[in-house]
Design a binder for this molecule. Structure first.
Ligand code: PLP
Length: 243
């Protein structure tokens, strides 16, 4: 089996090449978010030993157990919640994470702002946008993103820091061609540009996964969320257990 260190190296090379191909210079330490959902704490340790500090988790309970198991390494780790967040789970998330990418309504942001402990730095927030319009999907509608962004940026107390936008579009197979793979990423980037033009100080565009990180970087992604390419396939059993 290929080691996590070697998979990480391959993934970093892909990111580097995509940045060069897009004429974007060098990626930085924040560009790769290693998605460790369903992976054991030992896998996170292994990735950390190979120089990876930022990890993304989907399931709150699983993540909290892992963060706890790795408590002695906490200063070296940056934990991002990228999965759905229900309002009854906001408190432990506000207390344990550094970032939340999946904020799609004001109520969740208000709760996170109220519950973020005063001794921690502000919680970094991305708004999840439903770029391809599936009605069953989470994410704010693109037409409502500006109003939500303003409301989140204006929350009192400075316990949140609005950083950018995130999306999880329907995967477009590589066989459909690069233009088709880029389309949903372009939609999010255009929205991001529009929000910045309205004066919102955003610096994070969270889009692209193992299968399409090149397309996302070509469209301006500043953070790609990569699970399979870093840790290997997730087994159905592991996914079942993590939920
Ligand atoms: C699982 C997941 C990823 C990573 O997906 P891979 O295809 O394994 O790279 C990225 N973002 C979100 C929101 C996810 O749930």
């Amino acid at each position: 089996m290929e080691s996590i260190a070697s998979r990480l190296q391959t993934t970093r090379q892909r990111i580097h090449r995509a940045y060069s191909a897009a004429g974007r210079g060098e990626p930085d330490a924040e560009t790769l978010l290693a998605v460790s959902k369903t992976q054991p704490a030992t896998a996170v340790r292994e990735a950390l030993a190979a120089g990876q500090h930022a990890f993304g988790e989907n399931y709150v309970q699983e993540a909290l157990a892992k963060i706890e198991a790795l408590a002695e390494l906490r200063p070296q780790l940056v934990w991002h919640l990228i999965g759905p967040l229900q309002s009854n789970k906001t408190r432990p998330v506000a207390e344990a994470f550094d970032w939340v990418h999946s904020v799609d309504r004001l109520k969740i942001a208000q709760r996170l702002a109220e519950q973020r402990p005063a001794w921690l730095p502000p919680l970094n927030i991305c708004l999840q946008v439903n770029v391809d319009g599936g009605s069953s999907k989470s994410g704010v509608a693109p037409g409502e993103a500006l109003a939500l962004a303003r409301a989140v940026a204006d929350l009192p107390g400075e316990r949140l820091r609005l950083r950018g936008l995130m999306s999880i579009p329907e995967p477009v197979p590589a066989a459909a061609g690069p233009a088709a793979q880029r389309a949903p990423h372009r939609a999010l980037r255009e929205l991001y540009d529009a929000l910045r033009a309205h004066g919102l100080a955003l610096d994070t565009l969270s889009m692209g996964m193992s299968a399409d990180l090149e397309a996302a970087i070509a469209e301006g992604a500043t953070l790609v969320r990569v699970g399979t390419a870093v840790f290997g396939e997730r087994t159905a059993r592991a996914v079942q257990q993590a939920r």
